[in-house]
Design a protein. Structure first.
Length: 187
């Protein structure tokens, strides 16, 4: 499949990734919900707020590790709103000093930036304040937190997809899009 610029998803990810893209080449590891995940998020939130101070306009626990009872990849997803995600000098150096590494820059998708850390494993998603993707991610999280049927539907889809062999973990994430959209369409 190609986008408007004629790029395949693999070409797109190669273009937006900073540094080497590491192939996964296998199934995706999902684990049972860990009640320690909220504490890990709070620790990371404190680290982010300490690094950025008033520049951290919003810090939210998102993704499957933010939904009690949901299976997940053991990676804490965090949404960070800053004044302007394109102004990397205003926040990236401080986050790098705190141990995060800038890995993705997506100017064509809400000016999204992704920073990572490994202890614990964190995906830090950075958007500009007011970005509609923040609201979308949090509405999805909140729906899964409060709706047993949708949480189970999502868990089933994740289990089925995780068993497949994926060249990159992003391919697995992309494959979940239809079930995510199905659930969001009910809101």
């Amino acid at each position: 499949m190609q986008d408007e610029q004629g790029q395949t998803s693999e070409e797109y990810m190669q273009a937006v990734t900073i540094g080497e893209r590491k192939p996964h080449r296998g199934p995706v590891e999902l684990v049972d919900y860990d009640p320690e995940w909220p504490a890990l998020f709070r620790r990371e939130e404190e680290r982010i707020r300490d690094a950025l101070e008033e520049r951290a306009l919003q810090v939210e626990h998102a993704g499957s590790t933010s939904v009690p009872g949901l299976i997940a990849k053991p990676i804490i997803d965090i949404v960070l709103a800053v004044a302007d995600s394109t102004d990397e000098e205003a926040y990236v150096p401080a986050l790098e000093d705190a141990g995060y590494v800038l890995r993705i820059r997506e100017p064509d998708w809400f000016e999204h930036r992704l920073l990572k850390d490994q202890d614990p494993s964190v995906n830090l998603h950075v958007f500009s304040a007011g970005c509609p993707e923040i609201d979308r991610m949090l509405r999805f999280r909140d729906r899964l937190r409060t709706n047993d049927a949708d949480r189970e539907l999502y868990a089933r889809a994740k289990r089925e997809l995780a068993e497949q062999n994926w060249e990159y973990v992003q391919n697995y994430a992309d494959a979940k899009t239809s079930v995510v959209e199905e659930i969001l369409d009910r809101l």
